[in-house]
Write a protein that binds this ligand. Structure first.
Ligand code: FUL
Length: 607
């Protein structure tokens, strides 16, 4: 198939330049971000063009980051609500221990590449001392009214090499001018300008589409084109998301991308004039199942590179609520979400809401580290040899990826070179076992990354066949992994702790306890004093038991993984229960010296 000539395409493109800003080919027969089909183009011509629709650089960079943290924080954190109504008293805002360094450190350690802060949610309360309204941190007791959450977070990001983004709710239930369209648009652009001018580089601007005003509410005509222009002028490298032109809302808040997730879509971002009518005419909307099939392309007039972002909260709500701390999503659930977001050609935007102290809650911190450990353990060993080699494949052709050695695998990964477009429509994966080749998975789109879970299989190679594609498929990555188990969650509250009464602390160089009588012991819990790490905190341990206080047996030995960054309760369960009257816990500090573990920091787990 030959490419359509520029002479045919360019006039059509130029006719929409004014409506959509940058569009056109990049000199390599590629259409950057947007294309318009010429009148009378056949479906073959249209599909060929669709295959050459490519992302803008900023979209490409954004997709490579894969994991972004969402920080819902604001007046709702103090009122225990999900949506404030704008009448909240700013003096309620007082996160006395706020430490943006802790947010960024935790998220960075756990593999996040960017954070997005709700600088203003629907209630209109601003987390920076804006000149546009008094309804902000400047009217709160926090840091004597001189604080600026946006500044503290952007600084922590700059210091720790984390990208920074802002969420600014267009819907504002506090602003008196909301509903007076020109006035509010000025007000909103002034807020946006402050955020995009005073806080260094901003990598993503997130405009929520929510507006719950109802039929009698104030109606605001948003000037999206002016908002987009403001972003392009002040932060040209920032992607604009949801009510934006670069990043698409996946269509749900449950963490689930589509099995068939096209970044090359026929959906026109709603911030463009006439988008709603065109989308409606083509039967597409953000929640629609099909945004990019040949059938949709056949009836479309234009296409956008408009990749999916999956926003979901680690808790039931978007804001922190004390009562939800026991409902933080399990590692198993987070792993599922990882497969249905990053594994389905989307960026995962995981919400971790700071609490009313201004810190990320221990329960969430703990889960994030466990989630990161699971990802690292699962994806650290790619069994495929030469998985990064580029393969150009016509429809019906296959590529074989040999394993480094025979291995049991249950996860398959594929990638497309999206710099050149998204092309794979369907594929089959076979594994080479002792009995020969047999099919283990089938899929549709690939895009930036596709992960497939399969039944565990012992194999020596994979064969990937492109069953359907547009132009040539460009596979640039393949992997085969064995997923790490997602350890069952243990909360200290759920453990049966042995009573402390009847115990005697014996003299010695280590914590040695006489329990008074023989007990059955399943393990122990060590919580560094007040949850704070000091040079005396134990980072390694040896736990021994004895029936008579003379003959000792080692029962467990190991390290308190990540205790320096995350000094929360460390639960150690023994491989097998032990009967003992005496127990001993020896600790080693980070500098290698022995450290005495205080009895008060230790609990024993019974049966
Ligand atoms: C929704 C909002 O209404 C929620 O409060 C939250 O901010 C979520 C990310 O988007 O539309």
């Amino acid at each position: 198939m030959k490419y359509l000539s520029h002479t045919l395409i360019l006039p059509a493109i130029l006719s929409v330049l004014s409506a959509y800003g940058s569009t056109g080919t990049d000199g390599k027969n590629r259409y950057v971000k947007h294309l318009v089909f010429p009148e009378g183009a056949t479906i073959e011509q249209k599909v060929e063009m669709a295959a050459h629709l490519v992302p803008e650089q900023r979209q490409l960079e954004w997709q490579k980051r894969e994991l972004t943290a969402f920080l819902h924080f604001g007046i709702n954190t103090f009122t225990d609500r999900e949506w404030g109504d704008g009448t909240e008293d700013p003096t309620l805002f007082n996160p006395e221990q706020l430490d943006a360094g802790q947010w960024v450190r935790t998220l960075k350690e756990c593999g996040f590449e960017m954070v997005i802060l709700t600088a203003k949610h629907h209630d209109g309360f601003c987390l920076w001392p804006t000149a546009t309204t008094k309804h902000s941190v400047a009217s709160s007791p926090w840091r004597d009214g001189k604080g600026d959450v946006v500044a503290e977070l952007s600084r922590a990001c700059a210091e720790q090499g984390m990208k920074f983004g802002v969420y600014l709710s267009p819907w504002d239930r506090n602003a008196e001018c909301y509903g007076d369209s020109p006035r509010y648009n000025d007000f909103f652009v002034a807020q946006l300008t402050e955020l995009l001018t005073n806080y260094g580089p901003v990598a993503e601007v997130w405009f929520d589409g929510a507006c719950g005003e109802g039929p009698n509410g104030r109606r605001q005509e948003y000037d999206w084109s002016r908002y987009m222009q403001t972003i392009r002028t002040l932060q040209p490298d920032a992607v604009s998301a949801v009510m934006g032109e670069d990043v698409r809302w996946v269509g749900n808040e449950g963490g689930v991308g589509r099995e068939t997730e096209w970044s090359a879509t026929v959906l026109i971002p709603e911030v463009f004039a006439e988008a709603s009518q065109s989308n409606e005419a083509n039967g597409v909307y953000p929640m629609a199942k099909d945004l990019g099939s040949r059938e949709k392309i056949a009836s479309a007039r234009e296409m956008f590179w408009y990749p999916s972002e999956v926003d979901v909260s680690i808790r039931p709500g978007w804001f922190w609520h004390a009562r939800q701390s026991a409902e933080v999503k399990s590692v198993e659930k987070l792993a599922d979400i990882y497969f249905t977001s990053v594994g389905r050609n989307s960026v995962l935007l995981l919400n971790i809401p700071p609490d009313s102290r201004g810190l990320i809650d221990d329960a969430d911190v703990n889960r994030l580290y466990k989630f990161a450990e699971w990802r690292n353990a699962t994806f650290e060993d790619n069994r495929v040899r030469c998985g990064k080699r580029l393969h150009k494949l016509d429809e019906g052709r296959s590529v074989v990826y040999k394993f480094k050695k025979p291995s049991v695998v249950d996860v398959i990964m594929l990638r497309e070179k999206t710099e050149c477009g998204q092309r794979v429509e369907s594929f089959t994966v076979e594994a080479k076992t002792a009995e020969g080749w047999h099919e283990v998975a089938r899929g549709t789109t690939v895009g930036h990354k596709r992960l497939l879970r399969i039944e565990p299989v012992e194999a020596t190679a994979l064969r990937v066949t492109i069953d359907g594609c547009r132009a040539k498929a460009l596979l640039c990555g393949a992997g085969a992994y064995l997923s790490a188990p997602t350890a069952p969650e243990v909360s200290v509250e759920s453990l049966k702790l042995l009573p402390r009464e009847g115990r005697t602390l014996l003299e010695g160089d280590a914590l040695t306890l006489d329990l008074g009588s023989e007990q059955t012991i399943k393990g122990f819990v060590y919580t560094p004093a007040n949850g704070v790490y000091t040079p005396a905190t134990a980072v390694r341990y040896r736990f021994s038991t004895s029936l008579d206080g003379n003959v000792w047996e080692s029962a467990a030995e190991g390290e308190f993984g990540n205790i320096a960054n995350n000094p929360v309760a460390q639960v150690v369960e023994l491989d097998a229960v032990r009967k003992a009257r005496y127990v001993r816990l020896e600790g080693t500090a980070l500098d290698g010296s022995e450290t005495l573990i205080p009895a008060d920091d230790t609990e024993l787990i019974g049966e």
